[in-house]
Structures are given as structure tokens and as C-alpha cells.
Design a protein around this ligand. Sequence first.
Ligand code: ADP
Ligand code: MG
Length: 379
Amino acid sequence: MYQHDGPMDGRPEQLTAALNGATPIGWWRAPGRVNLIGDHTDYCEGFVLPMAIDRDCLLAVAEADGGRIRVRSLELDGVVDLDAAGRDDPRTVEPAWGRFVAGAVQVVNERGASLPGLDIALSSTVPAGSGLSSSSALAVALTFALAQLGELKLDRREIARDALDAEVRATGVPGGLMDQLASLYGEADHALLIDCRSLDVEAIAIPPDLAVIVVHSGLPRTLADSEYAQRRADCERAAGGLGLPTLRDATFDQVRDDPRARHVVTENERVLAFARALRDGSINELGPLLNASHASLRDDFEVSTPELDQLVHALMEAGAMGARLTGAGFGGCVVALTAAKRAQRVISDATERYQGVTRLTPIPFVAHGSEGARHSLAP
Ligand code: ADP
Ligand code: MG
């Protein structure tokens, strides 16, 4: 896993250099996200509460002759070289990260865009494969850029849908829409309550005295795709058994004896309670909701690992208000809340405890709510 130091990392200069002297006609960026609460609810048309973070995928785009789209990444090897008219099959493109590019190129072509030849250089400060959705930061930045360059008039919701479509074409994994919506609708110092049925997004301020801590467990996400597909199937089966389109409509009484469905129903309630507490400034209610979410993901939905449990435990021992695994599970990151003035102390205590028990190297950072995807003429 690679790490960057933050926004002042000289990326614009490196990206311009990677374009081999061509002058960029535009810059596009899209952030990753951390999900504060509401996991495995998006594909059940439930509620989620992510925050776009101050880590993003940045694209520098230059025009090129020849009807090809060529893309380089500062982090991953290889040159992606595709037909601008979208004739490449996203599932077979090499290098494999180019599948996201091929997905985006194909989707905007199907929408009616006619793309010129392009040279694109990209760089992402979202750590890949950690549950912070580097794939969506990439897919949203690309879809946003290609839609605009192809003169499509799409609103942010349509770009989110198309970016998801691009990701599904690239990976074959039928994800929910949370990550793309978060990347498009982010606001500085706000989290986003998203209703995954109506796709309504409400920005809710994070009080300045509260810190959002993200800690990578030092374990890559393994099994995540196959287990994800199984959990999704479990949820669809549970909804079908109740005669409902999705678990969004299930009540607690209906799912009392089905742990998978019970997770979804109780998690939706926790997301709404968390949003209420954040709006009302009832800060003391937030931590217990995070802890209850982790317990439900661990015991009912069974997507945690002993290491993620250890990390949550270490953060709580270090004085966090609450902590939970975030994203699909099976490795990746944990999110915690603390009083802002205690954040550094909690981080150093927790990482020391966790390292002592697991011998893994955790990677912590404080995440800030950030603006959603945008285009600019200069970096
Ligand atoms: P997550 O979205 O949780 O970070 P995924 O496995 O869904 O994890 O997405 C990671 C994939 O996204 C990488 O394997 C790669 O294909 C693509 N990706 C992420 N960051 C970059 C980057 N900087 N350059 C090229 N591709 C990237
Ligand atoms: Mg992803």
C-alpha cells in the first residue's frame, strides 16, 4: 500500500511531467470517502452516512491525435491505451487498473459522447484496497472528466450512476451507489446522510471539536469480493422470503431471527439515530452507535476479522468515543471518533497497543470532510 503526505505533495508538477510536455486542457479531482456508519445497507436501499475525505484522485488531461485514450498513473505501472470510441472490453484490459478507464470510456460513449484522443496522467492519495474507495475516486474523476469532454450534460447523480456502471463493468462486482455519491456530493467539514432508495443526500456538519480518525489495520482486504457477493445474496434472499423488494422495508420483528437481515434493519436505525444526534449536537450518543454498528457487523453480518476487532478494542482502550470497521470488512480500515484535542494521543496509544498485540503496522490519519468532485482549468 502506498501513502502520500497530503495535498502539498507536488502532484501537479509530476502529472504535467507525465504528460510528456503536453499542456493540460483541464484538471479533474474526486475524493475517496470514509463511511462513518451504515455498512452493507446501500445495496438494500437503506441509509448510509459517509464523509468525502481530503484524499483524492487527480487527473491532468491533454488532447492528443489518433483517437486513442492513453492513461498513466503515478502509483501503478503500465500505460493504458484504449480506443476513444469505447470498443475495448473493460474486463480484459491490461494493466488491470485500466479496466476502470475502459469502463468509463464505454459508459460515456453509450451515453452519446464523442471523445477526442486524450493523454491523461493521474495520481491518487486515496490508499488502494483499504475500504476508502480509491476505485470510486478513480471512476468518478474519469467519468466526470470524460462526460464533460464528450459534452454530455449530466447532473451529479447521473455521473454517480455512470461511475458505478463503469466500476461494475471493470470488476464484475455489483456495488451500491454510496461511494460515488459521497465522492460527488462531498462538502467541507460535513458528512452526508444518503437515502439509497431516493438517492437524497443531506450534508450534516461535523462539529469542529470532533475528530474523525481512520486507521488502516495493516491487513489488505482479502475475500472481500466473494464474501460481499454472498452477503448481498443473503440480503436479497431474506427480502424475497418476506415478499419485499429489499430489506429497506423490513421491520425488526420480521428479521429478529435472521442475523444477516437483522444487521441491515438495525444498521439503518443506527444511521438515522447517528444523523439525528449529529444534527442536534448530541455528541455523547455518537460513540455508542459506532460500537453497536461494529458489534452487529462482527456478530450478525460476520464481516469482521480478529485484527479489526483488536483495532477497535485498542482505539476504545485509548479513549476513543466509539470505533467500528468501515467499508465492506475483511481487512482495511477502522473509523473512530474522538474529541479533536485528544486525537493525536488516541492515535499514538491505540497504534502502540494494536502493534503490540498483532505485530501489524497500522496506518492512522485524521480525516477531514471535503468538497466533492470538481473540474478546474489549473491544478
Ligand atoms: P478500494 O476502492 O477500497 O480502494 P478496490 O479494490 O475497490 O479498493 O479498488 C482498488 C483498485 O482501484 C486498484 O486495484 C486499482 O485498479 C484502482 N486504483 C486505485 N488507485 C489507483 C491509482 N492511483 N492508479 C491506478 N489505479 C488505481
Ligand atoms: Mg472500491
